[in-house]
Design a protein around this ligand. Sequence first.
Ligand SMILES: Nc1ncnc2c1ncn2[C@@H]1O[C@H](COP(=O)(O)OP(=O)(O)OP(=O)(O)O)[C@@H](O)[C@H]1O
Ligand SMILES: [Mg+2]
Length: 619
Amino acid sequence: MISFRFQTIGQKLLPLLNKPGSSEHGVQRSKADNGTATPPQKTEPAISPPQPFNLSTSTIKYLSTLNLFAYLCALFQLSMISVSNLSLRYGKRTLFEDVNLKFTQGNCYGVIGANGAGKSTFLKILSGEVNQTSGSVAFTPGERMAVLKQNHYEFDEFSVLETVMIGHKELYAIMKEKDAIYMKEDFTEKDGERAGELENLFAEMDGWNMESNAATMLSNLGITEDNHYKLLKELDNTQKVRVLLAQALFGNPDILLLDEPTNDLDIETIAWLENFLADYQNIVLVVSHDRHFLDAVCTHIVDIDFAKMSIYTGNYTFWYESSQLALKQRSDQNKKMEDKVKELQEFIRRFSANASKSKQATSRKKALDKIDITEIKASSRKYPAIIFNNTGREAGDQILQVENLGKNGNEGILFDKVTFMVNKGDKIAVLSQNSLATAAFYDVLTGRDTDHRGEFKWGVTISTADIPNDNSEYFAGKDENLVDWLREYSGTEADEQFVRSFLGRMLFSGEEVLKNVKVLSGGEKMRCMFSRMMLQQANLLMFDEPTNHLDLESIEALNNGMKDFKGAILFTSRDHQLTETVANRIIEITPKGTIDKLMTYDEYINSSDVAKLREEMYA
Ligand SMILES: Nc1ncnc2c1ncn2[C@@H]1O[C@H](COP(=O)(O)OP(=O)(O)OP(=O)(O)O)[C@@H](O)[C@H]1O
Ligand SMILES: [Mg+2]
């Protein structure tokens, strides 16, 4: 039956579709390959479209064993990624077990899962940075892949323009090798030959226009020319992510992998990225913990849980609600099967009606009709216990006095004439239009940066602990396990059991506490930072974007921990709900002084008086 369908479709369409490259075999990256991000090596055929006009019996037989879907993708030259029997183990821990998935062109897949579930690792397997234990990943021939990594600090020391050019890996490598040869003092004949080869390749690949193309791409993404020669670290976080996106897009990828792109982004830039992805025609896999963003961009959800990965059609809300329904139905032992089916149909009907405004309404509705809710598993997500319990010295009345504090960045004033006094019980949201200003403000208050104008004075009873936006200095170059790492911050008398109990509250148990800190995921590093902060027993806490990298369960635990803390807090967060529920005072640090209001965040952003003030302060 299936072979008949292949025959019919194949014989009708192939004569019409003699596209260049359509007879090429698929490319596959299996366990043994150590592939690079752009184009993977060719090996055994993964998907093998037949030759036009020439369907031999053996080809038809072969095709009948293949998936119709995979075949049609290859036939129409659509991009596709096919993951087969993929497993990955780290010691005793199984991260993935027998994963089988397909990703196809035109779809945007939201990859979700708890911190440490394996989202970044999965993207790294696709891009060839990490080798799986067994199984394979196959691509349509000639596919280009680009990645925006979770770490936004990796290219800090590169210029903006160079960061983008690095995105075209082959061309950039040629340029670097060429430059290195010309720099040589003892330039040999062999060097001359190699330089000649490289020059030819460079010209063939339009290398001479590389810089101007990169500049155009940057300008199209809203990065103006005066920023192109700055170092990446000199840019505001929102601009930085745009540059990293330009890098990913520069090689003109067929497959775009984005690992938590909305970390560090403001609402406007997130909206811009949502629009950008909505119009993007190629395959996108995007890891995110941001529910609103996932709903806006995803056509499918890939959930990583129980070492398995499953693809669900629909956006995040649909996945979430259906998994909640699955949970409820499973616990409802006595309910009859027909009732369950009815309930499911009603749910899908309601959801389809809501989704009908979206672009993909028709196809999504069709797909939803086919969903079998028994396949949706209840989630295994857990909540860490983030409790900042100060059992040390209580804070006196003198907490912190800040007077005329000011700091310049490379581009001029970041903040100036900042004056305020912290009172008991203050939970202050520190705002600025420029994320470099708030980061610099915490650097000054923590003493990491002593080069500033004005003064500040901590009360004698005050002990502080802080979580900076960039925590790499706590982990870079460290070669120790979690217990030893945390012991450094817990005083000499702390025994292993004591340290383990703190790690346990952060969901690290058993063998997990013995893994090296350098392999930790983004969210796991944050959980270690929270353990450290909890151990410090400070009576004043500072946080700069603490929800970056956190899964929804950890965000909720942190939110409660901050609300319940009895001491004072200074914090900066783009998480609206967290800021609204924690802050009882808002201080905006601007180039012309402070706006200081005893009100909630919502009151602050909705106040016309504040809006007027802000206009003046940033003018
Ligand atoms: N080389 C390694 N050895 C042992 N464990 C590792 C290694 N590399 C990664 N891990 C572990 O694998 C798990 C998955 O890591 P990964 O970075 O993929 O998580 P993630 O889902 O992206 O999490 P997050 O949301 O926090 O970014 C983590 O528990 C991590 O500590
Ligand atoms: Mg990750």
